[in-house]
Ligand binder design. Structure first.
Ligand SMILES: Nc1nc2c(ncn2[C@@H]2O[C@H](COP(=O)(O)OP(=O)(O)OP(=O)(O)O)[C@@H](O)[C@H]2O)c(=O)[nH]1
Ligand SMILES: [Mg+2]
Ligand SMILES: [Zn+2]
Length: 304
């Protein structure tokens, strides 16, 4: 029988099957998608074939993925972790403080989604905690990211009714990601009170985050709308890619780079007559975005 993986605990999976029932399954034997070294062979959102002959079902096959969001795992080099598969859009929840999300982290997440042309949304949460200058800064970031095609919201999960956010989720499968403690589960509970995901206790909150959500799980909001809550990630390592690929995943560089003097050989670092460097100098490309690109090309280890 065919089904969709709704929840993954690492060794067990809840699969929503074609018959409308949920089955607890294990992976039997070796299944692996071609060419990918993953720490988790089966991810939430995967379409799978399950065999229900035994008491505990088993996943016998993963059907081809439309896409997935991959991040380089920090412990095992060369391995990558699939956050979710077969998604329509990726929503990153970020905060300026408690915890702080860096622009490098945001940009690496966007690149990982753009690699599969997965539309991106950023929610700047905890607006109620911002002082005036911080609120102005958030607005500047919203202008920057909207200018490169990312849909942005500034929210307070405690105060807002989130009508606009709910609208953008409609009829789609949305992955929700971000550092631990940014308010992913709080937002979800607010959007769909039936969900009631556990939320971290602010009194025990530390800058490091406490990982209240421990497993990725997909929730239906209605029969066409699904959201995937994920455990907070501390670092976002980029899966290895060439410089050519990388600038293709920066929407503001994609077309412009054709105008570089060295054409496709230009990696936009120190070449003469580079259209990208010109655009940074003319403030047509944001310096923070270029800095992110630069550190990705150099493979600098600033994953946070
Ligand atoms: N002031 C304020 N606090 C918030 C807001 N959203 C969430 N919080 C608080 O932030 C803490 C963490 O929220 P969670 O929803 O557990 O965060 P999470 O992103 O799901 O974290 P993990 O599950 O660990 O990845 C909780 O104490 C929430 O009440 C907000 O908009 N404003
Ligand atoms: Mg959570
Ligand atoms: Zn160039």
């Amino acid at each position: 029988m065919k089904g969709t993986v709704m929840r993954s605990t690492g060794s067990f999976y809840d699969v929503l099957a074609e018959d409308g029932k949920k089955y607890n399954c294990r992976v039997r034997g070796k299944i692996r998608l071609e060419g990918i070294k993953e720490t988790n062979p089966v991810a939430v959102g995967d379409y799978v074939i399950i065999d229900l002959e035994h008491e505990i079902g088993s996943i016998t096959e993963i059907l081809p993925r439309h896409n997935h969001i991959l991040r380089q795992s920090v412990k095992k080099t060369g391995h990558s972790h699939v956050l979710a598969a077969n998604i329509d859009q990726a929503l990153l929840v970020v905060t300026l403080a408690l915890p702080r999300t860096s622009l490098g982290f945001i940009d690496r997440f966007l690149v990982s989604a753009e690699a599969y042309r997965i539309p991106q949304i950023i929610i700047f949460n905890k607006r109620d905690l911002l002082v005036e200058e911080e609120a102005i800064y958030v607005n500047q970031l919203i202008n920057l990211y909207e200018s490169i095609g990312v849909t942005c919201f500034s929210t307070s999960a405690h105060q807002d009714d989130l009508v606009e956010v709910r609208k953008i989720l409609q009829n789609k499968v949305t992955l929700i990601a971000g550092h631990s403690g940014v308010g992913k589960s709080t937002l979800l509970n607010r959007i769909a009170p039936t969900i009631s995901q556990a939320v971290g206790d602010i009194s025990t909150f530390s800058e490091k985050g406490m990982h209240t959500t421990t497993f990725a799980e997909m929730f239906p909001l209605d029969n066409k709308t699904y959201v995937i809550d994920t455990p907070g990630v501390k670092e976002w390592g980029l899966v290895e890619m060439s410089e050519q690929e990388l600038s293709d995943y920066f929407p503001e560089m994609r077309d412009l780079r054709l105008e570089c003097k060295f054409g496709a050989r230009c990696i936009h670092i120190n070449e003469p007559k580079c259209a990208i460097i010109d655009a940074v100098q003319n403030e047509k490309i944001a310096i923070s975005r270029y800095q992110s690109y630069y550190s990705m090309v150099l493979g600098e280890d600033n994953r946070k």
